[in-house]
Design a protein around this ligand. Structure first.
Ligand code: ATR
Length: 277
């Protein structure tokens, strides 16, 4: 019997997750189908109940439900609890169990593209302190154990996230102005803010002049393919990484949770790039 999987979010019309997971089901000869469900905020609890009754095997959760879903689950495991956000749910014996594969997905994508940088345990500056920043910051703080600093428009949120990172590594909260002045001390700068999604916003976050040669600039957004932040870094000759590797590797980790099989992330990334972007 074909197992049911899916994605809950809104908007989700442009999501690449259904194409990605359905191709993996085909390639691994697992009988499953992944459907995108457009779920407005007020309908989340009802939809989760319906999917539970339908016997859905697993689903992903995306904007705006990653935090709101937590009270609707039976258990939250791994980093999802400390991050306060779930992106992957598995149903076993009628129990819905939530995980978060976003941060590890970012790390795996980074490892696939910049293995030498990962080996060097880079010091990292994270711009933003929202849900996406939390998942990436906490995983990198644990993996690198060096320095993960946080800068954010709302400084109090940077302080809060920096304190959480300090359990694992050195971490300071910086204002945008301090981050501009100190940018030369980082080997990697990651933009986790949503600013690149809004073409009418002033895209200038802060000056990146003064970054050390070969600093990697990353963004979690992949549509647009290059945010203004990455365009500027690329123009100045820095290596860049957009959000596509994270999308694919968080998906591969979710697929593995559901099926026990870890699919080929890099191959999927090339496919999505050439087919959809
Ligand atoms: P997500 O789950 O995608 O991280 P979020 O929790 O709403 O979404 O967080 C959005 C992040 O983008 C925050 O760090 C936010 O900064 P504030 O905490 O100050 O709101 C940041 N952000 C959004 N628009 C921004 C802008 N125009 N300039 C600077 N930062 C912005």
């Amino acid at each position: 019997m074909e197992e049911k999987y899916g994605l809950l979010g809104e908007p989700i019309e442009h999501s690449l997750s259904p194409a990605m997971h359905n191709l993996w089901f085909k390639e691994t000869v697992i009988s499953g189908h992944y459907t995108a469900y457009s779920v407005p905020k007020p309908n989340l609890a009802r939809t989760v109940d319906q999917l539970r009754t339908l016997g859905i095997k697993g689903f992903n959760v995306t904007f705006p439900h990653k935090t709101a879903i937590i009270p609707m689950l039976d258990e939250v495991r791994g980093t999802a609890g400390s991050i306060g956000a779930v992106n992957t749910v598995i149903q076993t014996d009628g129990q819905l169990i939530g995980y978060n594969t976003d941060g590890l997905g970012f790390y795996e994508g980074l490892r696939a593209h910049f293995p030498l940088l990962v080996k060097q345990q880079p010091s990292v500056l994270i711009i933003g302190a929202g849900g996406a920043a939390r998942s990436v910051a906490l995983v990198l703080a644990q993996k690198f154990e060096t320095r993960v600093d946080i800068t954010n428009r709302t400084f109090s949120k940077a302080v809060f996230l920096s304190e959480a990172c300090r359990r694992f590594c050195t971490s300071d909260a910086l204002t945008f102005q301090q981050a501009e002045e100190d940018i030369g001390r980082y080997q990697m700068v990651i933009n986790t803010t949503s600013i690149g999604l809004n073409p009418s916003a002033d895209q200038h976050l802060f000056r990146i002049d003064g970054a050390a040669p070969n600093t990697l600039f990353a963004d979690l957004i992949y549509q647009p393919y290059r945010t203004a932040f990455l365009q500027e870094a690329e123009r100045k000759g820095y290596p860049v990484m957009n959000g596509l590797p994270m999308l694919v590797f968080q998906g591969a980790l979710a697929f593995e949770r559901w099926t026990g099989i870890h699919p080929d992330g890099k191959k999927m990334e090339d496919y999505l790039l050439h087919t959809y972007l």
